[in-house]
Write a protein that binds this ligand. Structure first.
Ligand code: GLU
Length: 312
């Protein structure tokens, strides 16, 4: 890594340059089609926020507008499970990229109900079950965790988005019942689905997300509060999983273009971690064919290109 110090790089200037250069990226993708309520979101919005391990923050565009975090919640669920139950979760979920869409049933059927990783829907459903079995109020535990990481108590679930996904998310229902039939889910399927869908419907801004991920760039310690969130070894592992599994079947291309651990969601958010430097969150609702934010990926590509910060 070209180890530039913050003082040597004008991060605010860099964000301005990215915003200008991105203009040609809008109109090429489609806002999320799998959750009807998300289709009402105007596609050409853009926000970006950076939170450094020194505690500095930089924002541009709609960086403080809350949006649907969707699969970004899978990182918080994984962290909460690691905090509560430690490594026992790996008996029920793998650590390999799936090479298939986030809601695919195919591999799960072939591989006996053990999801490939915690960042595809099947894996997150198993983790939600694991969390629910070890915590009386799994949803509340994750919500409070996220609010504390972001220092923002107003973070909440968008009930309309949750309802919309419940009415239309047939594939997730199929995944959950398949997992139950293979004994990969022990709890009540409807309750697990409800918690999973509601946590996907959390709304956060880019600034909330950049803050919430900074400990993953800072050896597990939240720079703002000094609180230790996860042990250093777990942080390395969460980052490794994001690098290999964080963008579904677009993960190889993302590593090639951007070169940092990151996680995306179909609400158009992508959050990246540059270990020992910063976390960076971007939001642009139009998605590519893999369900990843089209302009969001381009923004991160420009960010690592112009800063020289990459893990490779
Ligand atoms: N709630 C969405 C689903 O389960 C999340 C997908 C995503 O963000 O990738 O399909």
């Amino acid at each position: 890594m070209q180890n530039l110090r913050f003082a040597e790089l004008d991060i605010q200037g860099l964000l301005r340059r990215i915003e200008q250069e991105l203009s040609s990226e809008f109109g090429k993708g489609q806002v999320c089609t799998t959750i009807p309520e998300l289709q009402t979101v105007p596609g050409s919005q853009f926000g970006m926020a950076v939170a450094t391990v020194n505690g500095d923050e930089f924002v541009i565009g709609a960086a403080e507008t809350p949006f649907s975090i969707q699969s970004l919640s899978k990182v918080f669920v994984l962290e909460k499970v690691l905090q509560i139950t430690g490594a026992s979760l790996w008996e029920r979920v793998g650590r390999e990229p799936s090479g298939l869409p986030f809601n695919s049933l195919a591999l799960l059927e072939i591989e006996g109900g053990v999801p490939r990783n915690p960042f595809i829907n099947a894996g997150a459903l198993v983790l939600t079950d694991h969390l629910a079995a070890n915590h009386a109020t799994a949803e509340k535990a994750v919500l409070q965790f996220v609010q504390s990481l972001s220092a923002n108590d107003s973070i909440a679930i968008n009930e309309r988005v949750a309802k919309s996904e419940k009415e239309t998310g047939g594939l997730n229902f199929a995944l959950a019942h398949l997992l139950r039939s293979r004994k990969s889910i022990a709890g009540n399927v409807d309750q697990i689905l409800d918690t999973y869908i509601r946590l996907c419907a959390l709304e956060m801004s880019c600034l909330d997300l950049a803050r919430a991920f900074t400990h993953l760039a800072n050896n597990g310690v939240c720079p703002r509060s000094g609180q230790s969130v996860l042990p250093e070894l777990d942080v390395r592992r969460v980052n490794a999983l994001m690098l290999t599994c964080g963008l579904y079947d677009g993960v190889g291309n993302f590593a090639y273009r951007v070169g940092i651990p990151a996680k995306s969601g179909v609400g158009g958010g992508v959050v990246g971690v540059i270990p020992r430097v910063l976390s960076v969150a971007v939001w642009a609702p139009e998605l590519d064919a893999q369900g990843n934010s089209l302009a969001g990926i381009s923004a991160l590509e420009l960010f690592t290109k112009y800063s020289g910060w990459s893990i490779f």
